[in-house]
Structure formats: C-alpha cells, structure tokens
Design a protein around this ligand. Sequence first.
Ligand code: GRF
Length: 220
Amino acid sequence: MARLKVGVLISGRGSNLQALIDAASDPAYPAEIVLLISNRPEAPGIARAARAGIAHRTIAHPDRQVFAADADAALRQSGAELVALAGFMRILDTTFVDTWRDRLVNIHPALLPAFPGLHPQRQALAAGVRFSGCTVHFVRPEIDTGPIIAQAVVPVQAEDDEARLSARILAAEHLLYPMAVRLFAEGRLRIHGNTVTIEGAIAPDIAVFNPSQALASAGS
Ligand code: GRF
C-alpha cells in the first residue's frame, strides 16, 4: 500500500506531531510523515522528528514570502501530498495557502468558528461555554477559517483554568488529528464550498447533554 506523504509544520512543543508520528508507526496507517519544518530552531518538536528518523528542517526566514517559498520548495522536494499545520504559529503567505489549497490542514483548540486566533481556551473560559473542543479544518487565507473536517467536543469543568482546559482539549487533539489525516489519506473527504462530507461516515448515536443539567436536577 502506498502511504500518503505528509509534511508537518510546527513552531513549538510538537505533541500533535508526536500523535501523528505514533499513528504512522503502524504500517497499516495510510499516511507517513516525510518532512518536518519548524520556523523556530529551538522548537522541542524537532527532536521528536529526529528521534523518529524523520527528515527535518528549520526555516526561520523573517520575511513571510521568502519563508513560504523555501517551505514550498522543501515540501515539493519531499514529495509531500498533504501539509499538516501542528502548532504552527506564523501566518502563512496567501500564495502558499492557494498553492496547497485543499491539501493543507490545521488543528485548532476550539470548536470553530468559535474562538479563532490566539488563546482560544482562555476565550472559551471567558465566554462561559459549557463545552469547547478542537477542530481540524482545511486552511483558507483568513486565520482559522476553512472547511471543517472533524471536531471533538470537550466539557468545561467548573474548576477549570486555562491550563486544565488546554490539557483536556489537547488529549482530544491527539486522537482527532491522526483520524482526520487518515480520512484524507483514504480519499474519503469531499469539499463542497465551505463544508466537507466524509464518505461512509456514520454520525455517532449518542445524546450529549450539558453537564450542569445533571447538577441542576440532582436534588429534584
Ligand atoms: C495545539 O493546541 C494546537 O491545536 C494549536 O497549538 C497547539 C500546539 O501544541 N494550534 P503542540 O505543539 O502540538 O503540542
């Protein structure tokens, strides 16, 4: 089986990169990581790629267009068929986004379109939502927009601070991103305007309720 070749772009810790590395360590997983690019030489995620024997490069050019041209050339040379942003904290040049259109995905730690941009977990707490979560989506030029591939819902607990909520969401991210990349690799995603359909997908047959409902009715 030919596996889909994936390039990953990071800026930091790389725990989502690690989730993809771990998924791809199973020969039955339909994708493999062929190149890691970091825009920061000190990103801890680089060592994760090195440990896994994955080709890695730092491209730290401050000019947005030069960065994009260098990254594009490296990705093409690697044979990448999909580019996955995993904690990549730089705004990408629109030419890059257009060139990789429908082959460029991102993970964001909120249920988009709620809470785009920086500190989405902090935004969720400030808004008092009962649920947040994470989203994998195709990338469009405007930040944190684009057709949604998959989402995971995570409850907010009364005692949450930003760190606690972030950790709970991150655990869901580590399941969601490999699943979304697998769906892409299996050729099961169809983009219609701003929405995505998944071939053969069955919506989960579960009822979800607001956790405060249980508390409200506990005494009745
Ligand atoms: C994740 O929460 C991801 O959703 C966001 O940045 C964070 C990156 O974490 N875009 P890591 O580098 O994958 O550990």
